[in-house]
Design a protein around this ligand. Structure first.
Ligand code: CA
Ligand code: CA
Length: 361
């Protein structure tokens, strides 16, 4: 079993490396605004970037706008099932917002949908492309994020997604992995995708504390999420007893039950731990995994690679560490194969994480 898992990881890594090894596209189109890109069909994205940065991301911040834009990529894309239907990453969560944002798994997505809609009238873009693009541009604002990838060409959705396709934080690991496998993601890719929680926060798990982050560095694309989710939980950041929430190790930090269990499950624990203090790995694997997510249910062969319009992310801030006052004694080692990496503890009094600033206009 372990051999099979390792083999499949190696195969996927091999194919990703093959993608990475492809020579960069030569820039050959000059856009009316002076930007250059490999394909003139991508030119209209430059003014869209400026508009998003100004009016969605608080002038290029990795704040709640960027977090929400990345989150809705997932909620749009998982609306696909080989047996139940749905168009995946097709923008249906905007086109059929009334139905889809009311689904239990999509709680709170009505806010980001309302923020995204005006961009559709200002730019000639489909809802599916807008969701994929906004999520990709937003994460590019986070320090330490990798150079992302984006493909253009999602037709307008013809129908809403069926209900009950979005994994919930209170679902079991087998249920979550089975659902994700239905849309083409292996268990290790689910772990890679969850790097998104390094720059995420929750508004509705505990309604009393909106904008509560999942790690102590919610504006930095680092491995702290994988470290801190592995530590013994001792606090609820707000009220206890919320469905899908378990205790976290740091004041002000939210831990989803699903993240807690995935970090400790025999199937996923070693892959989870392999992300700890491994910035190179999380940077290498996140762009192709998000690209794949933004192509669920789509014909990738008909899409145009517009990756070269995307911003260059700011460099990483800080290094992997245990939060102040916590040591390796607080690690709940779950991977049976290799020990948890040795990390320094941040100096000073116990870390307390403030809420993510509310910057969405
Ligand atoms: Ca969808
Ligand atoms: Ca982080």
């Amino acid at each position: 079993m372990v051999f099979n898992k390792l083999t499949s990881v190696a195969l996927v890594l091999g194919s990703l490396l093959a993608v990475k090894a492809a020579p960069p596209l030569a820039k050959r189109a000059t856009c009316p605004d002076g930007h250059t890109t490999a394909n003139s069909a991508c030119c209209f994205l430059f003014p869209l970037i400026d508009d998003l940065q100004k009016n969605m991301f608080d002038n290029g911040q990795c704040g709640d706008g960027a977090h929400e834009a990345l989150r809705i990529v997932f909620h749009d894309a998982v609306g696909f099932s080989p047996t139940k239907g749905g168009g995946g990453a097709d923008g249906s969560i905007i086109t059929f917002a009334q139905q889809e944002t009311a689904f239990p798994g999509n709680e709170g997505t009505d806010e980001i949908v309302a923020h995204l809609k005006p961009f559709l009238s200002r730019h000639n873009i489909t809802p599916g492309d807008l969701i994929a693009f906004a999520g990709t541009v937003g994460v590019s604002n986070c320090a330490g994020a990798p150079q992302m990838q984006f493909a253009l060409g999602r037709p307008v959705a013809k129908a809403a997604s069926p209900n009950n396709l979005v994994p919930q934080p209170f679902d079991t690991v087998p249920d979550i992995l089975a659902r994700m496998l239905e849309i083409g993601f292996e268990f290790f890719e689910v772990v890679w995708l969850l790097t998104a929680h390094s720059v995420g926060s929750a508004d509705h798990v505990d309604e009393t504390i909106p904008l509560t982050p999942f790690d102590s560095t919610p504006s930095i694309f680092d491995s702290q999420f994988f470290i801190e989710s592995q530590l013994r939980g001792t606090f609820f950041p707000g009220t206890g007893g919320n469905h899908g929430e378990v205790e976290s190790p740091i004041r002000g930090e939210m831990r989803l039950q699903s993240d807690h269990l995935l970090a400790r499950d025999p199937v996923t624990a070693c892959e989870w731990q392999s992300m700890v203090d491994n910035q190179e790995k999380i940077q290498e694997l996140f762009p192709p995994t998000i690209l794949k997510l933004t192509q669920v249910g789509q014909d990738a062969s008909k899409m145009i690679d517009c990756s070269d319009v995307l911003p260059v992310p700011p460099p990483l801030i800080g290094t992997a560490h245990l939060p102040a006052s916590l040591t390796h004694n607080n690690v709940e080692q779950a991977c049976a194969d290799t020990p948890f990496p040795v990390l320094r503890t941040d100096p000073g009094p116990a870390t307390a994480v403030p809420p993510v600033p509310n910057t969405l206009p």
